[in-house]
Design a protein around this ligand. Sequence first.
Ligand SMILES: [Fe+2]
Ligand SMILES: [Fe+2]
Length: 348
Amino acid sequence: MDTILVGQGDTVDQNDLLISLSAFVPPARPINPPSPAAFDEAEEASRRWTSKREGPWRLGSEAHKQEVCRMFRETFNPYRPSVIAWPALSAEERKRVTGLPIWDIAVQTEGKARLSFAAYGMSVADPDIRAAIMLNAWEENRHKEVLSKLVEAYGIPLVEEPPFELPRDREWAFLVTGYSECIDSFFAFGLFDLARQSGFFPAELVETFEPVVQEECRHILLFANLLAWHRANLPWWRRLHFELRIAAVWAYIAWQRIGLARTLDTAEDTSADKNFTVNNASAVSQGDLRLRDLLAICLRENDRRFEGYDRRLVRPTTVPKLVRLALRLTGPWARFKHRPEVRSETPL
Ligand SMILES: [Fe+2]
Ligand SMILES: [Fe+2]
């Protein structure tokens, strides 16, 4: 059985990648703005999918590969950024949205992700997997377009994007991008729900962004299954090497994020982007929020977003497992800290 992860070595030019992305043909999309009913139907189709194949399939089998690629194709949502009607915001809403310090980092992250996925996708020999990864890259490009349109519509100033150099090792870039998406999406699911509940984002804007957030769920579902498929097809000695590589990827991501946190802590410019997650949680919830509450919301939303996909597909598990563990370990301390005050029983 063939495995997918190749593509180390030859460098790839950014312009070639962007040309490949613009030449990539996604599943058919409507030309005109869809009717509200068609929009709802596409939305529903993107979050619920069960394979017509009966019975279980073995991880790493041809059936597993075909079904995960089919899931990705059939859950494609054909919304078009160019026809999104950006809702009018009140002065207060506009101030809140434009003041959220995430837009620069969001636009840049989507830009990098599209290039990493496209570079890797182009190096994959298997046509089904290649098409799925290229569609993923195309969707990242669409996320960048959506964000660019939002930024334009609400007059959000952006800093100039730093040049992005693709690493020579395309597999490494794919793994770093995929695992980073697993982390970011987990927290984004919770933050998005907080922003919805608190009214930080007006309802129309939540609706506009909903397909983008669900799309990230599809992306990490695809990533988790491609990895599971690949792992299952490796002989033990290559598997060992691959697991060491995955450990190095996690270490690299941790190092990258510690570096980002340090830079932001020491940044003199207070408008600098801050970490997407905890720093912004209190802002979007418009009140004080305990870290444990945020984690619980993220877990709940993570489960909800994956709920509609075929149970035979594997889910990303590392981040939810770590968060569950953190909640369990800190539970006794949280109960102690927030225990009801004990009144003195001493008679006067
Ligand atoms: Fe994205
Ligand atoms: Fe993504």
